[in-house]
Design a protein around this ligand. Structure first.
Ligand SMILES: [Zn+2]
Length: 259
């Protein structure tokens, strides 16, 4: 179904990409570019999808750094030896972000509405891939990731950030706990990031990518170094996997970056 698409940020100068759901070989509810393993899709299809996506992105995806994501704040400093096949089990506990300064060590996080965040300090040669679900975002995985990059020599004024496709304020209906937690994260600097949902009393529409963006500014990244792509996964189920739109039985996008 469709063609392979690799969505890129104009700010990142290293190889990277955000995937869509088109151009793969998976069938049925996984049609067609499912890049997630252990979701019920035959692994041969997932491997072929990765071959296609890697070729389109110009990245060797036989091995890459990835693992079980747990909506926490662990960001692993990664080395080339941590990279493994999508068909192999991950030899560490859950993590929601990875950083590295090593070449040919692709970092991957999976999303299907959560906010994917790819970062690069081009001067220092340090990169990050972060899975920002709302629980990780309000627990400040953004700061954990920036500090982990600094630990490898990055400087926050040089870090560039690309906020990829995820559910946006148009579609992300939440209870009050999410905007309240965003207020807590941002010290109240959350104007415009949420409002009452006119369609349902007591519910809110919440801007998760916007909250990640604002937190990165608070952490000292420059506005001109932050690229919020503005693409909503739930608005376009023909192009993107969306957990809210499809439920738990679905494929996954992958978000990849490598030096
Ligand atoms: Zn939307």
């Amino acid at each position: 179904m469709g063609e392979i698409q690799v969505i890129k940020s104009k700010l990142l100068t290293c190889r990277h990409g955000f995937s869509t759901r088109t151009g793969g070989v998976s069938t049925g509810i996984y049609e067609s570019l499912n890049l997630g393993a252990n979701r019920g899709d035959p692994i041969e299809n997932v491997l072929e999808n990765w071959r296609r996506f890697g070729a389109a992105a110009g990245i060797d995806t036989d091995r890459f750094v990835h693992g079980h994501q747990v909506h926490g704040t662990v960001v692993r400093v990664s080395v080339k030896a941590d990279a493994h096949s999508i068909a192999e089990p991950t030899p560490w506990e859950g993590a929601d972000g990875y950083v590295t300064a090593e070449a040919d060590t692709p970092l991957v996080v999976f999303t299907a509405d959560c906010t994917p965040l790819l970062m690069q300090d081009p001067a220092a040669g340090v990169i990050a891939a972060v899975h920002c679900g709302w629980r990780s975002a309000v627990a400040d995985i953004e700061a954990v990731a920036v500090k982990a990059m600094e630990g490898l020599g990055a400087r926050r004024q040089d870090i560039r950030a690309a906020i990829g496709p995820g559910i946006r304020k148009c579609c992300f209906q939440t209870d009050e706990e999410v905007p309240r937690a965003i207020d807590g994260l941002l010290g109240g600097d959350s104007a415009g990031l949420y409002g009452p949902d006119p369609a349902e009393a007591g519910k809110y529409l919440t801007d998760l990518p916007g909250a990640v963006h604002r937190r990165l500014l608070q952490l000292g990244l420059a506005e001109e170094n932050i690229d919020e792509l503005g693409i909503c996964t739930m608005c376009d189920p023909g192009r993107f996997w969306s957990h809210r739109a499809m439920g738990a039985v679905r494929g996954s996008q992958a978000n990849i970056i490598t030096l």
